[in-house]
Design a protein around this ligand. Structure first.
Ligand SMILES: Cc1ncc(C[n+]2csc(CCO)c2C)c(N)n1
Length: 222
């Protein structure tokens, strides 16, 4: 069994809870209240900007040209394809990209992005892959799940979201991160694998918390 399959198996209950989360179900059937999606959109826009730094760090850390190219295309995909989706949704809400960029990050957005950045900053490209995989692979899995079980008709305001994250191109980029980590796992000891396991599980929990934050429209208490 691949190392990342073991990780996925262990994170099973967390990923299942994500699929059952009212925010995710609401995207699937289109019933999610727009103000909750609007909150998510602003937070996720900030999330993507910070997240991009991680891929840039991956390119800088890469031990070979092919790895550098993969991180560079992940960086491009995040800054352009994925952020373009958010900008289009912003337009529908009458929010400009400048306004989105100027939004105030909520506690969970800061905690999650700092957590991944710190792991990426002090680790190897395999540490980086372990920390970001729940995000990349998780969205591809949720996208596919919602495409199969949800409403992808024009009536669902979240249709474009589902279509982007369920696309094959999107899945392909996540597959490379998995391969990168699996390759490292075959050449490393239990200490490294234990660290990657912890990064993957914590990342998965933060993914859950991001839905929860958006559902509750989390704010600083004071
Ligand atoms: C909280 C949160 N988690 C994951 C993603 C999805 N995502 C963010 S960057 C990236 C990699 C390349 O595009 C992917 C898949 C998101 N948007 N927001």
């Amino acid at each position: 069994m691949r190392f990342t399959d073991l990780l996925r198996q262990e994170a099973g209950p967390i990923w299942e809870a994500e699929k059952q989360h009212p925010f995710v179900r609401g995207i699937g059937d289109g019933s999610l209240p727009l103000d909750r999606f609007r909150f998510y959109l602003l937070q996720d826009y900030l999330f993507l900007i910070e997240f991009s730094r991680i891929f840039a760090l991956g390119a800088a850390r890469a031990g070979d040209l092919a790895t550098m190219q993969h991180f560079a295309s992940l960086l491009h995909e995040t800054l352009h394809t994925e952020m373009a989706l958010h900008k289009r949704y912003g337009e529908r809400f009458g929010i400009s990209p400048a306004q989105m960029e100027a939004a105030e990050p909520a506690p969970t957005t800061i905690a999650y992005t700092r957590y991944m950045l710190e792991a990426a900053w002090r680790g190897t490209t395999a540490d980086l892959a372990a920390a970001v995989l729940p995000c990349q692979w998780g969205y591809a899995e949720i996208g596919r799940h919602l495409k199969e079980t949800g409403d992808t008709s024009e009536a669902n305001p979240y249709r474009d979201w589902i279509l982007l994250y369920s696309s094959e191109e999107f899945k392909a980029t996540g597959d490379w991160l998995r391969e990168h980590l699996d390759r490292a796992a075959t050449e490393s000891g239990t200490g490294d694998r234990e660290r990657w396991r912890a990064l993957f599980l914590t990342g998965s929990r933060y993914e859950y918390l991001f839905w929860e934050m958006s559902w509750r429209q989390e704010r600083w208490p004071v």
